[in-house]
Write a protein that binds this ligand. Structure first.
Ligand code: ZN
Length: 44
């Protein structure tokens, strides 16, 4: 994994490595920012 995502809640840019979680607010739904496709990642 990896890349730049945007938090669905606080809209901060998030660099992911091995887990899906916003470091700013702790939210777990992130949108992939690059390209046209928007991918929602949801961690259990
Ligand atoms: Zn956030």
């Amino acid at each position: 994994m990896g890349g730049t995502y945007k938090c669905a809640r606080c809209k901060q840019k998030v660099e992911l490595d091995d887990h899906v979680r916003c470091p700013f607010c702790g939210h777990r739904i992130l949108f992939k920012e690059r390209g046209a496709a928007i991918k929602v990642l949801k961690a259990e």
